[in-house]
Ligand binder design. Structure first.
Ligand SMILES: [Zn+2]
Length: 141
């Protein structure tokens, strides 16, 4: 996981879609800007040129129950299907570092040992860093 510079302002369709009954947060301007900002890499595993890219909500919107999260540009992340489904577990809800706001490499160190990905937390009191480390290890191992 690396720091990502998110382009502002948000793609225009998010505001107009958020006002519709069944709006779509994945229109072409959103998809293109996410692909570009994230360098077409999954924000969790950093796999590049995804075949099946998905728009991941850092804070879950629960099928539109939280509309403000569903259409919040700062809550949308570029992800592969595998990482999206692993991260979509209750234990990670609201507990993952926002790689657009903080530099994950300042909180975590990523190591590969004998084909095992080990993620070390630099500050043992940093709850989000701890959960993020577990998430990255879970998607790889
Ligand atoms: Zn991934």
């Amino acid at each position: 996981m690396v720091k990502v510079e998110r382009t502002l302002p948000a793609p225009a369709s998010l505001l107009t879609e958020s006002r519709k009954e069944n709006g779509n947060y994945a229109l072409i301007d959103v998809v293109q800007q996410l692909r570009q900002d994230f360098h077409d890499k999954c924000y969790v595993c950093e796999m590049k040129n995804l075949q099946d890219p998905q728009i991941e909500h850092l804070l879950p919107h629960k099928n539109g129950k939280y509309k403000e999260r569903e259409f919040d540009w700062k809550n949308l992340f570029w992800s592969c299907g595998h990482c999206n489904s692993v991260k979509n577990q209750k234990k990670y809800e609201g507990r993952i570092l926002d790689c657009c706001e903080v530099d994950p490499e300042k909180a975590l160190s990523f190591n590969i040992e004998m084909n095992d990905v080990k993620v070390l937390v630099k500050n043992s009191n940093d709850e989000k860093a701890i959960k993020t480390a577990r998430l990255v290890e879970e998607v790889f191992n």
